[in-house]
Write a protein that binds this ligand. Structure first.
Ligand SMILES: CC(=O)N[C@H]1[C@@H](OP(=O)(O)OP(=O)(O)OC[C@H]2O[C@@H](n3ccc(=O)[nH]c3=O)[C@H](O)[C@@H]2O)O[C@H](CO)[C@@H](O)[C@@H]1O[C@H](C)C(=O)N[C@@H](C)C(=O)N[C@H](CCC(=O)O)C(=O)O
Ligand SMILES: Nc1ncnc2c1ncn2[C@@H]1O[C@H](COP(=O)(O)OP(=O)(O)OP(=O)(O)O)[C@@H](O)[C@H]1O
Ligand SMILES: N[C@H](CCC[C@H](N)C(=O)O)C(=O)O
Ligand SMILES: [Mg+2]
Length: 486
């Protein structure tokens, strides 16, 4: 067991009351999870202040408390430590508790509005093919080699994350590829981690509900790069004007990947179809199985990161050309000549990219039918924009629910409808029930048509008022086709 003093190594302390040599058997930041002998870390959250649960945590057996303000009435057998930033302390403590696993792995983090899951999944599969034991932390799933562990967040909380990394180390992993969400940087979930590399994919509109302004959102992403050490690499998209911003204050070695501008890892798109894409990389034409021009960026950053991690460039391209992750990103289903595409596009930029890809691949005569919704309790400003984009690229649009969470789904749909111009209204149907909406889309589609089911991708549930009901777009689409056309 470790002492509180061990766990607080390198954390700047403001005040200590009690014994720092006390042993702790767990780190807990939710009073409902407290067990005797643990240290309770109180953080100020987005809905409640964890400091209000200190007494409860102590009553339930916490032997130590760490937080930004301590109660006046204290128990003599409990150690109270005041720190400047509890979330930062929590990250560092979690790392120490699990033996600093990030220092024993080549840890690469990917941040950006879109493309994180695709990039880390490609990296995981690539390094498996290159013969390594590899860990993965992603929105879709966490993985230790082939073993799949459920994921609840894009970037887990500090305790869970270090626990997972410790398991990776124990199982012989040499590399770990993880998504770094802007929330996780802001909430210091990644404090205490040692990165070997960081990738920036792009930044566009999302999460303004949380960050409030676009500048604050950029700042959160940049903080990830600011925190890198000199022996790490920072690889950014040179075609995104914020790529340069990410590198401004980092100590890490700086690299760019790009399609349009000069870069250390430069690609040129040669061909793009529903079967895949061909790209010239460093003078070599290579065929990849991923679909959509935006994936050229994901492939380039994966290539760059692999080379920067010391892999042979030829071998990397050979292996990369054989990979096609099936993770609810541009997943194609066929039924009687109709193509249905299930995609996780849940931001205006992602939706536009996917629809542009479909548009580029149209052969003429077919209809594009887009089904889309927007999540509740999330950025409201993207709602009218996403409806507008769907209309711009589609012959028919069905607006429906995504994960309404605690909001009224009809209200979300009204906010989406506000983005539709009078001339586009005739092509739009609004159907609140997603299953019914999918059935209608199937009914409206004819052979050769392309139907896009956007927003939920890999998700296997629909969250309505705190309950997650089983719902898998791919499965529902296949069932609907069988019912309607079968
Ligand atoms: C808005 C947000 O990001 N919230 C995250 C945050 O919770 P919070 O600190 O704000 O929670 P809070 O309810 O205000 O509580 C404050 C503190 O009091 C504690 N508490 C609370 C109640 C109680 O009875 N006792 C108690 O001790 C809580 O454990 C917490 O430590 O910290 C928690 C622990 O790390 C996260 O689980 C939680 O994620 C919530 C569930 C969430 O939905 N997050 C989403 C928005 C998110 O993080 N998304 C990103 C990016 C998604 C993407 O684009 O890919 C992600 O990384 O997944
Ligand atoms: N490099 C990219 N540029 C723009 N759009 C992309 C890119 N890569 C993927 N997309 C689009 O964004 C959607 C989400 O992709 P992905 O899941 O890889 O992103 P993410 O950053 O992990 O998202 P999240 O923030 O939800 O975790 C995809 O379904 C696709 O439509
Ligand atoms: N990680 C993202 C996922 C959004 C997916 C979409 N289906 C929704 O529910 O809005 C978020 O939590 O904002
Ligand atoms: Mg993701």
């Amino acid at each position: 067991m470790q002492t509180l003093k061990d766990l607080l190594y390198k954390v700047s302390l403001e005040e200590v009351a009690g014994d720092m040599e006390v042993e702790v058997n767990a780190i807990v930041f939710d009073s409902r999870q407290v067990k005797p002998g643990c240290v309770f870390v109180a953080t100020r959250g987005t809905t409640v202040d964890g400091h209000t649960f200190i007494e409860k945590a102590v009553a339930d057996g916490a032997t130590a408390v760490v937080g930004e303000a301590m109660p006046v009435v204290r128990q003599s057998n409990v150690t109270y430590v005041t720190v400047k930033e509890s979330r930062e302390a929590l990250g560092i403590m979690a790392s120490h508790f699990y033996g600093n696993p990030s220092t024993k792995l080549k840890l690469v983090g990917v941040t950006g509005t879109n493309g994180k899951t695709t990039t880390v999944t490609l990296l995981h599969q690539l390094f498996r093919k290159l013969g390594y034991q590899v860990g993965l932390l992603s929105t879709v799933q966490n993985q230790i080699n082939e073993e799949i562990l459920p994921s609840t967040h894009t970037t887990p909380d500090a305790v869970r994350m270090n626990e997972l990394m410790a398991q990776m180390v124990e199982r012989g992993c040499t590399h770990c590829f993880m998504e770094v969400s802007s929330h996780s940087v802001d909430q210091r979930r990644i404090a205490g981690l040692k990165y070997k590399g960081a990738i920036f994919s792009n930044i566009t509109h999302d999460h303004l509900d949380y960050h409030k302004t676009f500048d604050a959102y950029i700042k959160a992403k940049k903080a990830f790069f600011d925190g890198l050490s000199a022996d790490a690499f920072a690889l950014v998209n040179g075609d995104d004007k914020r790529g340069f911003v990410m590198l401004q204050n980092t100590k890490a070695a700086k690299y760019y990947f790009a399609l349009k501008t000069e870069a250390d890892f430069k690609g040129r798109l040669l061909a793009n179809s529903l079967q895949g894409l061909e790209m010239d990389i460093d003078g070599k034409p290579v065929w990849f199985q991923l679909i959509g021009a935006f994936n050229a960026y994901n492939i380039l950053s994966v290539y760059g990161a692999a080379v920067l991690l010391g892999e042979d460039s030829e071998e990397v391209l050979t292996q990369l050309s054989s990979i096609k992750p099936s993770i609810g990103r541009f997943d194609q289903l066929e039924f009687d000549g109709i193509t249905a595409i299930v995609d996780y596009a849940h931001t205006p930029d992602a939706l536009e990219n996917v629809l542009q890809t479909i548009d580029d691949l149209r052969s003429g005569g077919e209809q594009v039918i887009t089904l889309v919704g927007c999540g509740g309790n999330r950025d409201k400003t993207k709602r009218p924009l996403m409806a507008q984009i769907a209309c711009r690229f589609s012959d028919k649009v069905i607006l429906t629910s995504d994960n309404p969470r605690d909001e009224d789904p009809a209200e979300i749909l009204k906010e989406m409808e506000a983005g539709i111009s009078p001339s586009d209204r005739r092509k739009v149907l609004t159907i609140v029930d997603r299953r019914e909406a999918i059935k209608t889309a199937c009914m409206l589609s004819q052979p050769k048509d392309i139907m896009l089911v956007a927003g939920k991708g890999h998700e296997t549930y629909q969250e309505i008022k705190g309950v997650k009901y089983p719902f898998d777009d791919k499965q529902v689409v296949m069932e609907a086709f069988k019912t309607v056309k079968g």
